[in-house]
Unconditional design. Structure first.
Length: 215
């Protein structure tokens, strides 16, 4: 007999409605402002990506968001156009223990891509996802569908909040090779969420980008 596990979504918590409305207002104002101010940088980075390797300047990929709804995340392209086709050959070199993929010195990453990843500048186009409402400035890491398909039940609770451009997983667990630790940081964020926590995470993310503590 199938067992139903109730999951209370943070989005529907009556005690946090006002705070979550303020969070959405921050997302809209912050993403719109940054998209406008950073538009010259976007243009420069797009040209550099195009000059470095053939293909689009942007990389689009389907991710899983709030309540399991899918959306297309957009980033600056950091790999060659054949990156997905080469993934299966590289899986034995995965540095992550769990349902995610990451490797040191990934041969698919381009020269400009290495710089973009090191500084996290490749993430900036996700501001568009934030403005549209599919993501938030701060939230759990946005997973791939193939990762979610392998989740244990407790992993799925991280889908009870919009994924973010940054989060506790980035400022506190990014270099940890254990996938379960990433999820634990996401759940810690969900359980202790406040607008003040979002502001603190954003404040910690900016210095990390300046120090080039990227992937």
């Amino acid at each position: 007999m199938a067992i139903t596990l109730p999951v209370i979504s943070l989005v529907t918590g009556t005690d946090r409605v006002i705070g979550l409305a303020a969070k959405r207002a921050l997302d809209i104002a912050g993403s719109a402002f940054l998209l406008l101010v950073l538009s010259p940088l976007f243009a420069l980075l797009a040209v550099l990506v195009k000059l470095d390797s053939p293909g689009s300047a942007f990389f689009r990929q389907e991710r899983v968001g709030l309540h399991g709804r899918t959306f297309r995340v957009v980033k600056f392209r950091t790999m060659g156009s054949d990156a997905e086709q080469r993934l299966d050959d590289l899986r034995p070199l995965n540095a992550i223990r769990g349902h995610a993929f990451k490797m040191e010195r990934d041969p698919r990453v381009t020269r400009v891509g290495r710089f973009l990843r090191r500084t996290s500048l490749d993430e900036l186009p996700q501001l568009w996802n934030v403005l549209r409402g599919a993501m938030s400035l701060v939230g759990p890491r946005p997973p791939l569908g193939r990762e979610v398909a392998q989740y244990a039940v407790w992993h799925r609770r991280r889908l009870s909040m919009k994924p973010g451009m940054t989060g506790l997983w980035q400022v506190g667990a990014r270099r940890n090779p254990e996938f379960d630790h990433w999820v634990e940081k996401d759940l810690e964020y969900i359980d202790s969420w406040s607008l003040w926590l979002d502001l603190k995470i954003i404040a910690r993310t900016v210095p990390a980008m300046i120090r080039s503590e990227g992937r």
